[in-house]
Design a protein around this ligand. Structure first.
Ligand code: CS2
Length: 491
């Protein structure tokens, strides 16, 4: 049986494989990361690995999974080392990351996580808990005070479940002990992510005590960030291919693309690693980067995911092989582009072209189903903001409307062949029941779903949106996604 990756056998790796260039035993922890998924491990942890290599040795990462023990169970027996496989058409490059020093599972021992977060050595708490992990209303960006995890956490302040619950518990502990606060660094695709998380956390804290809410608002930094790297879920086949390449077994490697970008607002309250040394863009205003990414990359990604799934495509790369769908992605970007002010130094045409190329990467097996997940949390910042801005200028919204209609058809949970769709979304049950009541009739289903205020807010009542989405959904029911996309891009 192949030996397991670990500190003791790094020197057995084939010569071409990058590995930590620093002495891991001398690295101390400075960051607690909540949400130890593949994205964090392929993105921020790689940057921190570079920082450690460049001498910032007090910024190692303690990773926390909020619920599942799977990642910890996979990584602990291999000294928290893991492989990042960077895949391109030309081949795969492997790199072993050493930045993750330890991991905890919050569900098993919430007190242990709070204690780690309250440790004065920890100066940053970063997060990738996905959009739904913030217990907020995506439409407004406010804490959802009736969210079951929020209710739970307010009743169990020392044994929370949610990310905001842990942050508030740890900050409260630090305040009591006279330890200065850490920076909260959100790395999820939320609109104005730092500001949004600041609002959520201070609202949560104020429900515990006004003073605590004020102390957090006054002393904690919540920088905004734009994060970008495509990281599909790791499969069993990926693990096997990797073992063959490494000669060692890695229970949970992560698969990604060559491109990576992290733009960070340079506002930290307790120091930070030398991110510039790792090539990270530190800026005073992340907004133009964030809007560019959400409205160009994520919007077209979601459009490809819903409509591609309905058309029977398994992955984004498969979907992009269909020239009509490749044009659909370009069209979404064209519609969104006029709503953007591009960041200084970024060329719109080159950015768009690079997205189309990244989506077409044949070496990435990025499932349309994976991206289709949690649409109720993603639509506002990806599609609805651009729709709102275009309507304000009286511009047509046909492509965005087709994407929204694709989401509607998808969350109705029955595909074009009459088979069930495994819809994963916090609102899945509510959406499916609305769809069931309305039946497969665009004139009924579109207004019913546009009425879901948590997703659409007042925009849902806008007649031009209703009309465009109803027409697009009608097309999807009549002709199917493939024909509807073809027709849209042919005019
Ligand atoms: C994707 C993103 O799953 C999704 O919704 O659109 O995870 C996307 O791959 C990343 O944001 C790319 O940076």
């Amino acid at each position: 049986m192949t030996m397991r990756l670990g500190n003791a056998n790094l020197d057995r790796l084939p010569a071409g494989i990058r590995r930590p260039v620093y002495d891991r035993s001398r690295v101390t922890s400075g960051i607690v990361h909540l949400g130890l998924g593949a994205f964090h491990r392929a993105h921020q942890a790689v940057v921190i690995d570079d920082c450690l290599g460049a001498g910032s040795s007090s910024w190692g990462i303690i990773g926390a999974s909020l619920r599942s023990p799977e990642t910890r169970n996979a990584l602990a027996p291999q000294d928290h080392l893991y492989t990042v496989a960077v895949r391109a058409a030309e081949g795969t490059a492997h790199r072993i990351i050493g930045a993750l020093l330890d991991s905890v599972v919050a569900r098993e021992n919430p007190a242990a996580l709070i204690e780690r977060m309250a440790d004065p050595a920890i100066r940053i708490v970063s997060l990738t808990v996905t959009e739904k992990g913030y217990c907020h209303t995506p439409q407004t960006g406010d804490l959802d005070e009736r969210h079951p995890d929020v209710v739970h956490d307010l009743n169990n302040i020392d044994a929370p479940r949610s990310a905001p619950g842990f942050i508030v518990a740890a900050l409260a502990r630090r305040r009591t002990l006279g330890i200065p606060p850490f920076t909260v660094l959100c790395c999820d695709n939320l609109a104005a992510n730092g500001h949004t998380v600041q609002r959520i956390v201070t609202q949560f804290a104020a429900l515990r005590s006004k003073d605590l809410g004020k102390w957090i608002a006054d002393t904690v930094a919540f920088p905004c960030t734009m994060v970008d790297r495509i990281v599909p879920e790791t499969t069993q086949a990926d693990r096997e291919a990797l073992a063959a390449a490494l000669g060692l077994r890695d229970a949970w490697p992560v698969m990604t693309e060559p491109f990576t970008q992290w733009v960070v607002e340079d506002r930290f309250c307790a120091g930070r690693p030398d991110l510039a040394a790792a090539g990270i863009e530190l800026v005073t205003d992340v907004k133009p980067f964030e809007l560019m990414k959400l409205r160009l990359l994520n919007a077209s990604h979601s459009a490809l995911a819903y409509l591609g799934y309905l058309a029977g495509y398994e992955t984004i790369a498969d979907t992009m092989q269909d020239p009509h769908f490749a044009r659909l992605a370009a069209r979404v970007m064209e519609e969104a582009a006029v709503t953007l002010t591009m960041p200084a130094g970024t060329d719109l045409a080159a950015y768009r072209a690079s997205l189309l190329k990244r989506f077409s990467n044949p070496a990435l097996h990025h499932r349309t189903w994976q991206i289709a997940m949690d649409g109720s949390q993603k639509l506002p910042q990806r599609l609805l903001g651009a729709i709102q801005d275009r309507l304000a200028r009286n511009l047509p919204i046909a492509t965005h409307a087709l994407a929204v209609a694709g989401w509607m058809r998808y969350v109705s949970a029955i595909d074009e062949q009459g088979r069930a769709i495994d819809v994963r979304d916090p609102l899945a049950a509510e959406l499916a029941s609305l769809a069931h009541e309305a039946g497969p009739v665009a004139e009924r289903l579109a207004p019913a779903l546009l009425g879901v205020a948590k997703v659409f807010g007042p925009l849902g009542a806008e007649p031009r949106l209703r009309e465009a989405v109803t027409a697009a959904l009608g097309q999807l029911y009549k002709d199917g996604a493939r024909r509807a996309v073809e027709r849209l891009v042919s005019v």
